[in-house]
Design a protein around this ligand. Structure first.
Ligand code: AMP
Ligand code: MG
Length: 402
């Protein structure tokens, strides 16, 4: 058996980050930036008002108040998207709407709530300083400023900034296409009645969903039988059409566990027995330049193995600096017991934050590697080092699955 760390080192050694591509900004959400983005222009592009009100010369409001209003003549109206008819003169105000450009000659805005219209004039009922409610050009982003750096994950706000500075495309790491195949003679698809010995394939849908959730493009490669020729053909075509392949089943010690044998012959492969429970067996290697993860078939094992090995690897390929799930410390609300066996145990748990802000943890149910229902209800994997587990009130590290 090898340690979890050793297994991860063997995987990381062989990973290469995806090529950089130009992508339209509307398609770049959740992708990782591979360039430094510089703003070609000021945002906002021109000085404008943050309020609906009147553009004025601040000096003209000197001494103004509720009981001592100053009267200014109204020289025009400026809607957002419009322009002032002319420059503002002393003793004048212009009606102005949020986002509209400041007229030349004006240096402040009085919000409409502090004014009262009076025919062709307006009563100003507050003294305001120069710059009042004015958003200067470049106040958000200066022309020439570096706004984003490589490694930034493009979220909705980033896309908004890219749109506002007029970018059409950005350089990002291409989203990996990740193929998923299930292996096993016992597996069937669909709702038809099961024949004796058959079960329905659940891993494929779960892994396809996990791949999508990790930010990759999932490719369904179907069900493959425990047959030497079928597995060889499926793998050969899989590595041709994808950037990474994930198989489930066929990597344990059974007589028909062909995936690990075939992977061993076809590529530079590691078959590993990792000192963890669940998900001890793992095959990993590179076939024609494509990383292939041979995950165990038990439904919980394949999910845990995905979380521990495939997900961080895929995210590294995507250029993500946050390749790992977040970890937190939680206090056990019930004993989380295990037997010493030389392995690290990953327990499916439910973590929640109580009123005092502390994280609490309890078991999500059955901990067998076939107990998929408890995995479905879990939002974390508690990490129990070798030993006999932890008592109520003790702290345990939890990998948070969100
Ligand atoms: P294996 O890793 O092929 O030895 O399979 C281990 C266990 O997982 C067996 O009980 C299989 O029937 C089950 N299993 C394998 N593949 C799947 C799958 N795609 N969906 C559900 N169960 C599976
Ligand atoms: Mg099998």
């Amino acid at each position: 058996m090898i340690s979890l760390e050793e297994a991860r080192i063997r995987i990381n050694r062989d990973l290469i980050v995806m090529p950089v591509v130009d992508v339209p900004i509307a398609a770049a959400r959740e992708m990782v930036l591979a360039e430094t983005v510089t703003a070609p222009e000021n945002i906002p592009p021109f000085a404008n008002t943050a309020m609906d009100g009147y553009a004025v010369r601040a000096a003209d409001t000197a001494g103004a108040g509720r009981d001592t209003p100053r009267m200014l003549s109204v020289a025009g109206t400026i809607p957002a998207g419009g322009l002032a008819p002319r420059a503002l003169e002393a003793g004048e105000a212009m009606r102005i709407m949020t986002g509209a450009p400041m007229p030349e000659g004006a240096d402040a805005v009085v919000m409409v709530e502090l004014t009262r219209p009076a025919g062709f004039e307006v009563l100003i009922m507050a003294e305001v300083p120069a710059g009042n409610h004015v958003r200067p050009a470049g106040d958000d982003i200066r022309a020439g400023a570096e706004v984003f750096h490589p490694g930034t994950v493009l979220g909705p706000g980033h896309l908004g900034v890219l749109a506002s500075i007029g970018r059409e495309t950005v350089k990002v790491y291409r989203r990996p296409r990740v193929g998923i195949m299930s292996t096993g003679d016992e597996l069937v698809e669909g709702p038809q009645p099961l024949q004796p010995g058959q079960i329905r394939d659940s891993n494929r849908l779960t892994l396809l969903s996990l791949v999508a959730e990790a930010g990759c493009h999932p490719v369904d490669l179907g069900l493959v039988r425990d047959n030497d020729r079928a597995i060889r053909a499926a793998l050969a075509s899989a590595v041709e059409q994808t950037d990474a392949v994930i198989t489930s089943g066929g990597v344990s010690m059974g007589d028909y566990d062909l995936v690990k044998q075939i992977l061993g012959e076809l590529g530079d492969f590691n078959w590993m027995q990792v000192a963890i429970k669940p998900a001890k067996p793992l095959a990993f290697g590179v076939m024609d330049g494509t990383p292939v993860f041979g995950l165990p078939g038990n439904p919980v094992s394949s999910m845990v193995s995905f979380e521990l090995f495939a997900r961080p690897a895929l995210r590294r390929m995507m250029g993500r600096l946050d390749a790992e799930r977040p970890h937190l410390w939680a206090i056990a609300d019930e004993p989380l017991k295990r037997e010493p066996d030389g392995k690290v145990h990953f327990l499916r748990v439910v973590v929640s934050q109580k009123g005092d802000g502390a994280w609490r943890v309890r078991s999500a149910g059955g901990q067998g590697s076939h107990h998929l229902l408890s995995m479905a209800g879990a939002n974390g994997l508690a990490i129990l080092p070798d030993g006999d587990g932890i008592d109520v009130g003790s702290s345990v590290q939890v990998m948070y699955l969100g």
